[in-house]
Design a binder for this molecule. Structure first.
Ligand code: ATP
Length: 313
């Protein structure tokens, strides 16, 4: 668990983080979103002490992080930045092995961990371990960056605009990778982004920053339904709030008995994609199937439209 207790950071008397209190529960993803210069990165860098607060404290599992020594912090906290920050003259395997080597792991243990991570991120060791970063695509470099950060099995992963430089398709894949790896490992993730879409998609909770202050911290559904103020509302983009709300759920709870024509949708399809499919194929309903292809019933366009409406407060 990470707790920011009334933290502030001032440079030359100007507060760039101002009295932020925030708790990130273990095994969850907290996205920090806000305009450029709102203090997101500064706040996140307080976790691994790249920046120390001017006042207040950051606690990790109940302990002030200033009382945890450097190597221990590096072991417990992984860090990923935009453009991955890989060492250009080290191979993929050497890059991933960085923290385990710093921690003086035995060589066979390091090699086994590197291999495991390459498999986890879909990079066959025989093809990729010996390559240098410039011999990889941008998406692959980003995956190696995340693999490197996870190498010593940190309990916490800090990510600063990790997918900002990726094109939309690779970015979607990288986001899906992160969600499945996070689920599998139970890592606590703090992810900075200026993209509300990404914050809603990835975050169990979203912290909205403006001018160093925390304006709201809540679940995506809560923020969409009840933005705390006009700034949060503006960040959400009034025009597509309905679609963001839709994207939070799947078809799981919307299946009704019946039959419909056309290609079936899978139960785990998100509602936004399902609505787009129904509108595009001009259908009032579509069959729904589980992962094995077994038909479960139908989903109606009208049911999806109801899910896009502002929740009653
Ligand atoms: N070392 C520093 N010295 C002086 N000012 C700094 C320093 N680091 C950050 N700042 C200032 O603090 C403010 C917040 O910066 P920060 O990087 O946390 O914002 P951000 O929300 O992450 O922005 P962006 O999305 O543009 O990365 C900015 O005005 C920045 O100029």
């Amino acid at each position: 668990m990470i707790e920011f207790r009334d933290v502030s950071k001032a440079y030359d008397g100007a507060r760039v983080v101002d009295g932020v209190s925030l708790t990130v529960e273990p095994g969850t993803i907290c996205t920090i979103v806000g305009a450029s210069g709102s203090g997101k990165t500064t706040l996140m860098r307080m976790v691994n002490r790249m920046t120390d607060p001017t006042s207040g404290a950051v606690l990790i599992d109940g302990k002030d992080n200033r009382e945890i020594d450097g190597p221990e912090l590096r072991r417990r906290i992984g860090y990923v930045i935009q453009n991955h920050g890989l060492f250009p003259h080290r191979t993929v395997a050497e890059n991933i092995a960085t923290v385990p080597n710093l921690l003086k792991w035995e060589r066979p243990r390091v090699e086994a961990r590197v291999e495991e991570l390459l498999h986890l991120f879909g990079l066959a060791p025989k093809d990729y371990a010996a390559r240098y970063p410039h011999q990889l695509s941008g998406g692959q470099q980003q995956r190696v960056g995340v693999a490197r950060a996870l190498a010593a099995r940190p309990a916490i992963l800090l990510m600063d605009e990790p997918f900002g430089a990726l094109d939309p398709i690779i970015r979607a894949r990288a986001q899906a990778d992160l969600l499945s790896v996070q689920k599998a490992t139970g890592t606590t993730v703090v992810l900075v982004t200026h993209d509300m879409e990404e914050a809603v998609h990835l975050g169990h909770r979203i912290a909205v920053m403006e001018n160093g202050r925390l304006r709201q911290c809540a679940s995506p559904a809560e923020i969409l339904a009840r933005p705390a103020d006009a700034y949060v509302e503006e960040m959400l983009g009034a025009n597509d709030r309905a679609f963001k709300l839709l994207s939070l759920g799947t078809l799981e709870d919307l299946v009704e008995p019946g039959a419909a024509s056309g290609a079936p949708l899978r139960t785990d399809t998100n509602r936004r994609d399902a609505l787009a499919d129904l509108l595009w194929s001009n259908r009032g309903a579509a069959p729904v199937a589980d992962a094995t292809g077994r038909l479960l019933g139908i989903v109606r366009t009208s049911a999806l439209l109801r899910c896009a409406a502002r929740p009653a407060s």
